[in-house]
Design a protein around this ligand. Structure first.
Ligand code: COA
Length: 329
């Protein structure tokens, strides 16, 4: 018995920030950002808008699309590195916002691979037959941890997310298999040093801009192409599949050049690769579920299609997942 995705939804904040907007506040150009990353714009939250607000939009859409009552939900899993606060969890805030009084849940930190970690975790609960309906949301409000003086990093990210409801499926469909990886030696290359127990907030930590995400872009780039392509190739091989058997490849959206290189290595034609980085930038745990929901809503995928998902991110974390599409929405 596999877990299947029966419903998808997404939400991005209304406020659009174009590359030209960034040109006004940092030493960058629309031409550089487009040609080096493929990003044209991103969405940033408005004042008083936070991760749980994005999640609440997504959760309500999921319930409405699947015609469920909040009490039907057993577990809420929120994959994010930008929770509203460290305690309580964003899952608890969302549970209260939507009135899912029967649900328990938790936040899960897997950076850009967070949605795959969340799906795998949620699927195991469903497959255990102890829980019927698990809501998994991948979301990030990256604008809350961006240093707008750091052009190497700030231009890449945006805010938003998406989610799914996982349920049991009786037949040979749903989440087939996954390969998930982690290598903590990559930590220093992509991190937000302060704000946790290692470096609690002090005047110095704030003045030294330690509460912002920072990275070694070139090292991340190399790891990303190799990591994402390695696991995607491996999962295809394991099931005696080739790129031709895949109906749609949904890769993490961090850089168009990373996506092209990974798809190329896996032998997947460019017309089968979902790309929306130009609209949203890198929404961290949000990219995969936003892509999945767009593909679902626009009829890019139909029941029986084989989907390949792949992601990489801070940690290092990376992974790939095979899904036979069987949504009911
Ligand atoms: C960050 C990234 C876009 C940089 O692209 P790149 O082609 O490797 O560019 P480089 O780092 O070699 O920098 C080239 C030049 O552009 C400059 N540059 C960097 N950011 C710039 C910006 N936003 N605007 C204009 N110039 C910029 C650099 O300072 C450098 O100038 P220099 O040659 O005078 O030193 C790319 O490395 C990348 O996407 N890495 C992965 C990052 C990522 O995905 N992180 C999240 C993972 S989940």
């Amino acid at each position: 018995m596999n877990a299947t995705i029966t419903t998808t939804a997404r939400y991005v904040p209304k406020n659009i920030v174009t590359n030209h907007d960034l040109e006004k506040i940092m030493d960058t150009s629309d031409e550089w950002i487009k040609s080096r990353t493929g990003i044209h714009q991103r969405h940033f939250v408005g004042e008083n808008e936070a991760t749980s607000d994005i999640c609440t939009h997504i959760a309500k859409s999921l319930l409405e699309k699947r015609n469920l009552s909040p009490d039907d939900i057993d577990i809420i899993i929120i994959s994010t590195v930008t929770p509203d606060m460290l305690a309580p969890s964003t899952a608890a805030i969302v549970q209260n916002n939507i009135g899912a009084s029967r649900a328990w849940g938790f936040d899960l930190s897997g950076a850009c691979t967070g949605f795959l970690y969340g799906l795998e975790t949620g699927a195991k609960f469903v497959e255990s037959s102890q829980y019927n309906k698990v809501m998994v949301i991948g979301v990030d409000t990256m604008s809350s941890i961006l240093n707008l003086e750091d052009r190497n990093t700030a231009v890449l990210f945006g805010d938003g997310g998406g989610g799914v409801i996982l349920e049991q499926t009786g037949d040979n469909s749903g989440i087939f298999d996954s390969i998930l990886k982690m290598d903590g030696s990559g930590g220093p290359f992509l991190q937000m040093p302060a704000g946790g127990s290692r470096m609690p907030a002090t005047i110095e930590s704030v003045e030294n801009k330690m509460h912002y995400i920072r990275q070694d872009g070139r090292t991340v780039f190399k790891f990303a192409v190799k990591g994402m392509a390695d696991v995607a190739e491996k999962i295809l091989e394991k099931h005696q599949l080739t790129g031709d058997d895949i109906s749609l490849f949904i890769p993490h959206q961090a850089n168009k050049r990373i996506i092209d290189a990974a798809a190329n290595r896996c032998g997947i034609d460019s017309d089968k690769v979902l790309i929306n980085i130009h609209e949203y930038g890198n929404t961290t745990a949000g990219t995969l579920p936003i892509g999945l929901s767009e593909a679902d809503d626009t009829g890019k995928i139909k029941n029986g299609d084989l989907l390949l998902l792949a992601a990489f991110g801070a940690g290092w974390t990376w992974g790939s997942m095979l899904i036979k599409w069987d949504t009911l929405s």
